[in-house]
Design a protein around this ligand. Structure first.
Ligand code: CDT
Length: 310
């Protein structure tokens, strides 16, 4: 049986603060129509796809904060996306801010299979930024204020003929993210990101270096775990803040096989042969043969670096 999936990376251009969920969903539907015309089986959208990247705003009013979150999924705004995707028999994945019935706030992504059912949920583990207003930064990145760290780990799911996992934005910079999924045999990792084009704490770190780090981490994660990775951005200038764009599909050798050329709504398409993950998993990254876990304990025993005494 062929295990070739045609995947669409549905990059979104800027989403302004005033833009409604309904308007963003219309843009997502336009990309879904393009995906249908290209015979895609799966479409991946960015992190926090339904709104502007609101953690750049410092807010204190809980009602205002909660207005950026979704209490149900699907809901009235996103139902057309679920229904159209199911009608087209296309799986989708997208990110949104999740407010649970118990009042917990997460930066979440879901995986929806071609029948329209949610098969997987992931809550962002590595939250970047800070939790209080920081006047020293050129702009704010308040994910630690608005979200709790994800509580679901890094699960993978058997769906769409493969083993699929998710992570979100900053997670892609951490090798642990890929390795935990790699140890579950992951064949395809889908992720969305919202990366500012400059470093708010280092003004000379601009788009060129940020794009280098973006690709470095995603390509390394793919290669070292012999998995496909589809990384999908928001791009362009959101409320005066430029976002990185640069969506890519990376093969299990770590090579880029499709990449966005604009900073706007754009669909990139690639055929992903899930069987192409097997060679690396059987040879250089045959974890069962080559990993030496007796030397890795420190990775889960401590968080910060502890240099040797002087
Ligand atoms: N959304 C997100 O996780 N963005 C981060 C920015 C890091 S700078 C605080 C990223 O890793 O791209």
């Amino acid at each position: 049986m062929s295990r070739i999936l045609r995947v669409g990376g549905a990059q979104l251009g800027p989403v302004q603060r005033a833009e409604s969920r309904q308007s963003v969903v219309r843009r997502m539907l336009n990309l879904l129509v393009q995906a249908k015309e290209n015979n895609c089986n799966l479409v991946v959208y960015p992190e926090l796809a339904l709104t502007t990247f609101f953690p750049r705003w410092y807010m204190t009013d809980p009602t205002e904060i909660d207005s950026w979150f979704e209490r149900d999924m699907p809901n009235a705004a996103t139902r057309p996306l679920f229904e159209t995707a199911a009608n087209y028999r296309i799986g989708i994945s997208f990110g949104y801010a999740e407010l649970t019935a118990e009042g917990h706030h997460f930066n979440t992504a879901i995986l929806v299979d071609p029948s329209g059912g949610i098969v997987g949920k992931y809550r962002k583990v590595h939250l970047p930024g800070h939790d209080e207003y920081d006047p020293a930064r050129a702009f704010q990145h308040l994910e630690k204020r608005y979200f709790e760290p994800g509580d679901l780990g890094f699960p993978v799911w058997r769906t769409m003929t493969g083993i699929v996992g998710m992570c979100i934005c900053n997670d892609r910079r951490w090798p642990e993210t890929y390795r935990v999924m790699g140890l579950q045999g992951v064949e395809l990792i889908v992720l969305g990101y919202n990366t500012p084009s400059t470093n708010s704490q280092k003004s000379d770190e601009g788009p060129k270096k940020r794009q280098f780090h973006n690709r470095l981490t995603v390509q390394a994660g793919a290669y070292q775990n012999s998995t496909w990775v589809v990384a999908v951005a928001k791009g362009g200038t959101e409320d005066g803040h430029h976002m990185l764009a640069g969506s890519v599909v990376v093969n299990p050798d770590g090579e880029i096989v499709a990449e966005a050329v604009t900073e706007d709504d754009e669909l990139i398409v690639a055929d992903i042969d899930l069987d192409a993950t097997a060679f690396g998993k059987k040879t250089i990254f045959d974890f069962a043969r080559h990993r030496r876990i007796e030397h890795y304990g420190i990775i889960t025993a401590q968080t910060g670096a502890v240099p040797p005494p002087e």
